[in-house]
Design a protein around this ligand. Sequence first.
Ligand SMILES: Cc1cc2nc3c(=O)[nH]c(=O)nc-3n(C[C@H](O)[C@H](O)[C@H](O)COP(=O)(O)O)c2cc1C
Length: 368
Amino acid sequence: MSLLFSPVSFGSLRLQNRIVVAPMCQYSAHDGSATDWHMMHLGSLAMSGAGLLIIEATAVEPRGRITVDDLGLWSDANEAAIDRVVRAIRSYSPIPISIQLAHAGRKASTKVPWEGGAHIPPGQEGGWQTVAPSPLPYEPGETAPEQLDESEMRRICDAFSVAARRADRLELDAIELHAAHGYLLHQFLSPLSNQRSDKYGGILKNRMRYPLEVFEAVRRSFPPEKPVGVRISASDWVEGGWDVEQSIAFSRELERRGAAYVHVSSGGLSPKQNIPVGPGYQLPFAEAIKKALHVPVIAVGLITEPAQAEQILAGGQADAVALARGLLYDPRWPWHAAAELGAQVQAPPQYWRSQPHQYKTLFSHELD
Ligand SMILES: Cc1cc2nc3c(=O)[nH]c(=O)nc-3n(C[C@H](O)[C@H](O)[C@H](O)COP(=O)(O)O)c2cc1C
């Protein structure tokens, strides 16, 4: 019996298997609204046979976008555009769908990755004034972000709540709060980016305060029976930065407040990061956090082989695995993993004739 293809529950949401489509920004929206690209991209991934599809980092307000082309969920137009995509998927695929709610903070206002991803100063095309816990730019030489005061922090927190209510109206099955990769909530957590002297800075308890407030607001704004999980960066990979011990403390606080899972990534906070990238390089973090929690943990990061994924689950390092690049490269990865591990996935009937063991049996309708 394959563990990868056994069910897992995030709160009361039961997934058919433990493969998660990781959130992946597409930088292909107009004014935050999904386009036909999202229809093709998410439509393809919805037929992957994975247990859960997480829609890309979705900005809760315009200045929280990484680029001007990011997906958003701050307006009725944004809601209607992603509704079209979600409805189309629902017509043909039973895959549960989640959305990652995000704010980029000081890492907003950049070019798209395929144009180099550089910071765009305010006043230039595609650029705007960014905000952050402290007026510290991501890279020296970039325009410093404005330090958020408490009323602006409340406004952003409210924007997360409004987006969560929109996600419910869209009948999405879950929300993932983005507290990883050096974006706004991670900027509050890390002592490298948060140098505030008020109750939101300094000791760990204070640095966790705002991300926990935002989590509570999102949790309150989404029906209790639907899960809200959180993606974290378990380490800044920089001396003196956010680390796995602080991540365990944060994860425990999230669990106490009703987080349905913790999704363990790393990095993104500082250009000084030194990451020993290799197969499953973030697994030790997932494993350490899993030991401290009761709720499921998702591991991610260079998990590319079915046997590797099975091993991660068998070894108790995580409860589910997320794939990003591997699923872009091979959107049928779960089909192939199922074939390798002797399991099955749900595939649309239109594609049933594709199974290789049937190629040699030609029926009259095969000649259609
Ligand atoms: C095209 C692309 C877009 C991404 N966008 C997001 C995102 O929106 N939110 C997020 O948390 N991580 C994002 N990531 C990171 C992935 O979710 C994942 O954590 C990372 O790629 C490592 O997993 P992998 O080795 O399976 O690709 C993105 C990665 C890629 C390749």
